[in-house]
Design a protein around this ligand. Structure first.
Ligand code: DAH
Length: 354
């Protein structure tokens, strides 16, 4: 084929490309010219059979032709893709100004609602909300929190292990608590620090009062001079606000968590009646959270000097708080996705109770 014919072929190809009105038609054109048995490919195949002096010039011309046509084709493809997207967006456009249909309006899950309430209260106290991943390394979930390998406290946590392991061969875990986020935050940002973090946590445990997936909020404060008094004030203020009472009775009971020293569990005063529970009065106590002064080993693991900084931390079960505040009696109902339950316990998206 002569150069003239090649330029004719180019013109034809370009016209066909310009005439392709959608992506499918354009692909047909591509196949017809550049596909395995396409007409430009046919010219390419001829190159090998030509005498050497012709091979060089003809080869270069066919190559240039192929490149030029490919370029025009790609440009057209981009254009058609853009058009197709614009068309799709136009056809899927939603009129956001239409009023909601009450019969299909969803509600906010009590867990989400409580998380928001907690975040607002702590934000007013100067806490920043941070997040961490559900799949954690052994280091972040255990080791750096002062749970040495084989320490019996690990067993309290009924861990779900992943198949994948880290560089040291230790399997990743589904985090058993949000305390792992303390490690991430201190390692990355050092001290001082004042954060809360909420999220899903997992333990291999399931009955009326335990769900294999549940939610926690973790709080952490690291300062140069901070003590149990600050911790107590912070929790008391939070609980008063959360339960909307002036002075919720609370008591601190010594308890053990490897990552704090001293460690405590906090109970709130309540009255337990027949199938009822009243928060804030009476002579019964209900455990609601764990807390303590951050263990020096934990600070060291995160590169913070325990002689310079101290801190306190606390971990609260969100389901427990939601059950107490909104009178949900069975933990499992949170996760059943029953629409009637959600209609009853859910919150209207615009603020008032549903
Ligand atoms: N991580 C503990 C748990 O899940 C809860 C906890 C206890 C968190 C004491 C803390 C703390 O930050 O200081 O059981």
């Amino acid at each position: 084929m002569s150069a003239d014919n090649l330029s004719q072929l180019k013109q034809d190809a370009e016209a066909a490309i310009a005439g392709a009105s959608d992506l499918a038609a354009l692909d047909d054109v591509r196949v017809a010219y550049l596909g395995k048995s396409g007409s430009i490919s046919a010219q390419m195949k001829k190159v090998g059979g030509l005498p050497p002096e012709e091979r060089k010039t003809f080869g270069a011309e066919v190559n240039a032709l192929r490149n030029a046509v490919t370029e025009v084709l790609e440009a057209r493809k981009l254009l058609l893709e853009k058009e197709a997207l614009a068309q799709k967006l136009a056809s899927e456009a939603l009129d956001m100004s239409l009023p909601a249909r009450p019969e299909v309006q969803g509600s906010i899950h009590p867990i989400s609602h409580v998380i928001e309430e907690i975040e607002v209260i702590f934000a007013e106290m100067g806490f920043m909300a941070v997040a961490g991943p559900d799949v954690e390394s052994d280091w972040n979930n255990f080791e750096a929190l002062n749970f040495p390998a084989n320490h019996p406290a690990r067993e309290m946590q009924d861990t779900f292990f992943m198949e994948a392991a880290d560089d040291e061969g230790k399997p990743y875990v589904l985090r058993t608590h949000t305390s792992s986020v303390q490690i991430r935050h201190m390692t990355e940002h050092g001290a001082p620090s004042r954060i809360i973090c909420h999220g899903r946590t997992y333990r291999c445990d399931s009955d009326q009062t335990h769900s294999p997936m549940f939610h926690q909020v973790e709080g952490l404060v690291i300062e140069k001079r901070v003590h149990m008094g600050h911790l107590k004030w912070t929790l008391q203020s939070f609980l008063n606000r959360f339960f909307e009472q002036d002075d919720i009775p609370i008591r601190f009971r010594p308890s053990f968590f490897p990552f704090v020293e001293p460690g405590a569990e906090v109970d709130i005063g309540c009255t337990k009646g027949q199938g009822t529970l009243k928060i804030g009065a009476g002579d019964d106590w209900l455990e609601i959270l764990g807390c303590g002064m951050v263990h020096p080993n934990v600070l060291k693991s995160c590169g913070i000097d325990p002689k310079e900084y101290q801190g306190f931390a606390f971990g609260i079960g969100i389901e427990r708080l939601a059950m107490l505040k909104y009178g949900v009696s069975d933990l499992r109902t949170f996760f059943e996705g029953d629409v009637r339950w959600l209609e009853h316990y859910g919150f209207a998206p615009l603020g008032e109770a549903a």
